[in-house]
Design a protein around this ligand. Sequence first.
Ligand code: 8YV
Length: 311
Amino acid sequence: MKPEVLLLEPMMAPFEERLEALYTVHRLYDPAQVSSIETALPNIRGVVTGGGTGISNEWIEKLPALGVVSVNGVGTDKVDLPFARSRGIDVAITAGVLTDDVADIGIALMLAVLRHVPCGDAYVRGGQWGNEPFPLGTSPTGKRVGILGLGQIGKAFARRAEAFGMQVRYWNRSPVADTPWKSCASPVELAADSDVLCVAIAASAATSKVVDSEVLRALGSKGFVVNIARGTVIDEDALLAALNDGSIAGAGLDVFVNEPNIREEFFTAPNTVLMPHQGSATIETRLAMGEMVLANLAAHFGGETPATTVN
Ligand code: 8YV
């Protein structure tokens, strides 16, 4: 008998094929499977989900045989890790393989907003070139970048920013050893000492809305926000207000509260570049992530603890 596995979001086709070969696969997002999943719930022993999707405690409670949640991502803010542990469930992630691509999307957003790339594209396509002036951009060279959350992704962004001639400083919840960069005492102090604030902090109850109106005020009217972490770590009311009244200069955002049904005010926010949560979304990285998702499932069903278990 093949173990039964529940997919909460789709994977690349080759991985879905390999999953089908090894497991009986149920897909929660497939409307055609709603009634068959209901009867399968007591037998489901593994879940595959995304970092942005996670799994709720209500769903975990519906799955009495569940032993492993294999997250196709690194964020675990949508999984109650102690609760999963209390039920003997291993939660495993795709550690390490997406760091560079997430940092890259941060750099892409920073340059896009500083140099008005989406506006330039619309301007050329719209036939405005030659008819209307195009605004000057802002150079990253010589500017200060503040990294909020100096984990692997924050460090990868910082190294890239240095290649653009930027000076790095950071704030992290716990001390970080062996870094050449200046440490700031608080998020407000970091923002006050930054031209670009790159938000790369892991989301949790402790970091919810860590970027609030005070931090945005400290960043100031010439400051930009880049968010490659989670929407929840920024107070979106405060961010939208700051963008609209010019108390910050702009934002590049890959992540939002309530994706994909984000607040429509973002669509008209000035100097704001939006991406639909694409940090890890390259062919290469999604292949590497898929391998880890499958390896973590295989380890669990082989009687081992998956290598990248985080709870
Ligand atoms: C993915 C992510 O977009 O790693 C994470 O936590 O949010 C992203 O890498 C997501 O996990 C894919 O569903």
